[in-house]
Design a protein around this ligand. Structure first.
Ligand code: CA
Length: 248
């Protein structure tokens, strides 16, 4: 049932529930990680990339809802959190409002304690099936370019391209909405997180290096939209494309 052993993170401060879940999920063939606090959970999510997390809401250091919100708001660049990791809330809070809140913050499913293990397992399997159909970890594809936000790997026709951290962040930003023109101001804010006069030069030099690296096979992915900003295209060199390559 579980090909290549899915990893499940159990975030639960109650020792009995935690070991019950860990024992049973392990017996059912999953790799299990456990965390007792929201802080440990974040660390696990950043370093181990579980396929699903089961999240208790009453945690000693933070509310599980805040944890969920933090994951969902992650951009996958500044942190190594995968914002798309499936999250199943397992909580004693049974009210309709609690459940609505859970879903609003980004939970994929919500199971109320006391729970039956059989039902929990079915729901976990359903979440795993859903992710199996999605590209892993939100991989982005633009033409023959493949971008993995988690491993920060960039492949062009299957061959790796080495990028600096900022070059990667810039590519990731542009690839989030290919063909859209991003203004320089927008890119500075996203990639550098500040606005300052003169730093557009920094942006231009990074964009220029990124373009050269992606042009290994003669493609043109990064287009300079003169006076406005940059955009990403699928790399095919089109006759009559604007002659902006000399600008950098
Ligand atoms: Ca608890």
């Amino acid at each position: 049932m579980t090909d290549e052993r899915s990893t499940i993170l159990v975030v639960e401060d109650d020792a009995a529930t935690r070991s019950f879940l860990a024992d049973n999920l392990t017996a059912d063939g999953y790799d299990v990680l456990t965390a007792e606090t929201a802080r440990d959970a974040l660390r696990m999510l950043e370093r181990k990339y579980p396929d699903v997390a089961i999240v208790d809401l009453g945690l000693p250091d933070a509310d599980g809802l805040a944890l969920i919100q933090r994951v969902r708001r992650a951009d996958g660049v500044a942190t190594r959190l995968n914002p798309d990791v499936p999250l199943l809330v397992l909580s004693g809070r049974a009210g309709e409002l609690d459940r609505v809140r859970g879903f609003e913050r980004g939970a994929d499913d919500y199971l109320v304690k006391p729970f039956g293990y059989g039902e929990l397992l079915l729901r976990v399997k359903a979440l795993l099936r859903r992710t199996a159909r999605r590209p892993r970890g939100g991989r982005l594809r633009v033409g023959d370019l493949e971008i993995d936000p988690l491993s920060r790997e960039v492949l062009l026709r299957g061959r790796r391209i080495e990028l600096s951290q900022k070059e990667f962040a810039l590519l990731r930003a542009l690839a989030s909405d290919p063909t859209r023109v991003f203004t320089k101001e927008e890119l500075l804010r996203t990639v550098w997180g500040f606005r300052s006069l003169g730093s557009t030069r920094t942006l231009d030099s990074h964009a220029c290096r990124l373009r050269h690296k992606l042009a290994r096979d003669g493609d043109r992915f990064v287009l300079n939209v003169w006076g406005v900003g940059y955009r990403l295209v699928d790399g095919l060199v089109v006759d009559g494309a604007p002659l902006e390559a000399a600008a950098c």
